[in-house]
Write a protein that binds this ligand. Structure first.
Ligand SMILES: *[C@@H]1O[C@H](CO)[C@@H](O)[C@H](O)[C@H]1NC(C)=O
Ligand SMILES: *[C@@H]1O[C@H](CO)[C@@H](O)[C@H](O)[C@H]1NC(C)=O
Ligand SMILES: *[C@@H]1O[C@H](CO)[C@@H](O)[C@H](O)[C@H]1NC(C)=O
Ligand SMILES: *[C@@H]1O[C@H](CO)[C@@H](O)[C@H](O)[C@H]1NC(C)=O
Length: 211
């Protein structure tokens, strides 16, 4: 009987035994990295790629996107109504609100809608399947695909090493690509200084709905 089970088990569960499990977003509950961000679906600019610095700390429920020159981010443009191309920070603070800062003028407004932040376990708690390895930006990566109920197919690639550094994230939105390419040598797993998530003094008003 025992022998029969030993023979049968690999046949019964062929996939789960071999496939790497999906990692945490960025490999940890806190980290930071430079990113080359591409948003073909939302950017109104001719060049739909721009540099972004990203800070993540789920332990204090905070997330910061520092969008650089060439910024085509829909939150900066459509929620805060800042000019496309201008550097802009999108901060989800420990109070649960999202604050949007135009760096050149230091103007800031709070999103009227709850935007929330990414959960580190979003792949683990979803219908995620392993999609093999690929070399992305020169880095060997494991890949996973996750079928979202709202936003369709999400793809994530992380290093094959135990620390699971982020390599790329991409999704299709109306057949157009939204993509993060992580600049791997800027990845830092240490907890960002809490000052990066401080709400600027200028963030006193709510973003107006454009009429
Ligand atoms: C678009 O902008 C990115 C980021 O600044 C840059 O790396 C890339 O070369 C630009 N592409 C073109 C076609 O100018
Ligand atoms: C999970 O994803 C797979 C592959 O995309 C799909 O075939 C399956 O129907 C999905 N299951 C659920 C419960 O959504
Ligand atoms: C799987 O990986 C390949 C290679 O990186 C990628 O082109 C594709 O979008 C990924 N997702 C699926 C569902 O095939
Ligand atoms: C995406 O492309 C496929 C294949 O070209 C097409 O069948 C589908 O209608 C497109 N979807 C959207 C939302 O444009």
């Amino acid at each position: 009987m025992t022998q029969l089970l030993l023979i049968l088990l690999p046949l019964l569960c062929p996939a789960t035994a071999a496939d790497p499990l999906p990692p945490l977003w960025g490999g940890s509950q806190h980290w930071s990295s430079s990113v080359l961000f591409t948003d073909e679906a939302d950017s109104p600019l001719p060049n739909k790629t721009w540099p972004m610095t990203y800070f993540y700390d789920e332990t204090i429920k905070s997330e910061l996107y520092q969008h650089g020159e060439g910024n085509g981010d829909m939150v900066c443009i459509n929620v805060a109504h800042y000019p496309p191309g201008d550097p802009c920070n999108v901060l989800t603070a420990p109070d649960g609100h999202t604050y949007i800062v135009h760096l050149e003028t230091n103007s800031c407004c709070r999103s009227p809608r709850h935007l929330g932040m990414l959960k580190s376990t979003w792949m683990i708690n979803s219908n995620t399947t392993y999609n093999g390895t690929a070399t992305i930006n020169g880095e060997l990566a494991d890949q996973w695909t996750c079928m979202g109920s709202v936003n369709g197919e999400n793809n994530y690639a992380a290093t094959t090493t135990e620390d699971r550094k982020p390599v790329a994230f991409w999704e299709e939105k109306n057949n157009l690509t939204k993509r993060w390419d992580f600049v791997l040598d800027t990845y830092d797993v240490s907890q960002p200084d809490s000052s990066v998530f401080e709400i600027p003094d200028s963030c006193t008003k709510i973003c107006s709905l454009r009429t």
